[in-house]
Ligand binder design. Structure first.
Ligand SMILES: Nc1ncnc2c1ncn2[C@@H]1O[C@H](COP(=O)(O)OP(=O)(O)OP(=O)(O)O)[C@@H](O)[C@H]1O
Ligand SMILES: [Mg+2]
Length: 276
């Protein structure tokens, strides 16, 4: 993938707000979430407190069903809290927070729209000027290596390519915060490794705050500044590890003793929780 400073893609887009393009802090303070159901209520999140610093890449790691997606939905203001508070850039989240980009496990694309049109969906949803954002969309498409596929339909793309389109769409409006929910979980190992590299490059060039949910220990250690290790449901914060590996990281870092030590430390935490 061609790397170019997002500086060249970044600001000066009409409609850009004051905080756009710059990472914002995200603070979770004693956050809890209980889902009411027809049967027993489900306590998904229990008293989670953590801070994601401006421009930080934070990986949230936990076993399946522990409450990771719930935490992202809470941060985005898409489901209501049952306890605690969340603030983004100092503002308490009390309704859907729109100045962010979201990427889900499966690329959520509109099958009847071409790649460019799927990326530009963002400007339609936000009432922005389509013409003004078209060149930024093209730059992002180039950035993720999809040049030449602008007019393709989603069914003509591989899973990895579809996920790249989702990433372009999440970045189009240059949000200061990116929420990613196991974005590469459904991809083959090689594509996943490649997208890990690409994402790191995008992040290094733009320094957005990234909240990255995964259940891959290796992916978390490779990408993150810090890894938040969650317990099984209801999730609480078990441990927060600083990942002090130099950047940019390439895949050879996975073979270093330091990388092995971080991964092993996390495995021990999961073992002590009875997960491994
Ligand atoms: N809308 C809902 N209503 C009731 N319970 C829910 C709802 N959404 C999630 N849950 C429950 O909350 C718990 C946490 O779910 P969540 O999707 O946050 O887990 P997760 O860590 O993202 O899992 P996975 O790794 O499998 O994606 C689960 O027990 C799930 O059944
Ligand atoms: Mg999930």
């Amino acid at each position: 993938m061609k790397v170019f400073g997002l500086a060249s893609v970044r600001p000066t887009v009409p409609g850009a707000g004051r905080t756009e393009g710059v990472g914002v802090p995200v603070v979770l303070d004693n956050v809890s979430k209980r889902y009411e159901t027809l049967g027993e209520p489900v306590q998904a999140v229990d008293d989670v407190s953590l801070t994601c610093n401006p421009g930080e890449f934070l990986a949230v790691l936990g076993p399946s069903g522990c409450g990771k997606s719930t935490i992202l939905l809470l941060v985005a203001g898409l489901v209501p809290l049952t306890g605690g508070t969340i603030s983004i850039g100092g503002t308490v989240v009390s309704k859907p927070y729109t100045n962010l980009g979201m990427v889900f496990q499966e690329a959520v694309l509109l099958d009847w729209r071409r790649v460019m049109s799927n990326v530009l969906l963002q400007v339609e949803m936000r009432g922005l000027n389509r013409k003004a954002y078209r060149s930024r969309a093209q730059q992002l498409i180039d950035l993720v290596g999809l040049t030449g596929f602008e007019d393709s339909y989603p069914f003509e793309l591989s899973g990895g390519m579809r996920q790249r389109v989702s990433i372009c769409r999440a970045l189009l409006h240059d949000p200061p915060l990116l929420l990613m929910d196991e974005p590469f979980g459904a991809l083959d190992a090689l594509t996943r490794d490649k997208l890990n590299l690409d994402l790191q490059q995008i992040w290094l060039a733009s320094r957005k705050t990234v909240f990255f949910v995964t259940h891959s220990i290796a992916e978390a250690v490779f990408l993150a500044d810090r890894v938040v290790v969650l317990s099984p449901r209801p999730c609480t914060v078990e441990e927060i590890l600083d990942i002090d590996l130099p950047r940019p990281r390439d895949h050879s870092v996975r073979e270093t003793p330091e990388f092995g030590r971080y991964a092993s430390e996390i495995r021990h935490i999961f073992a002590s929780l009875g997960i491994l």
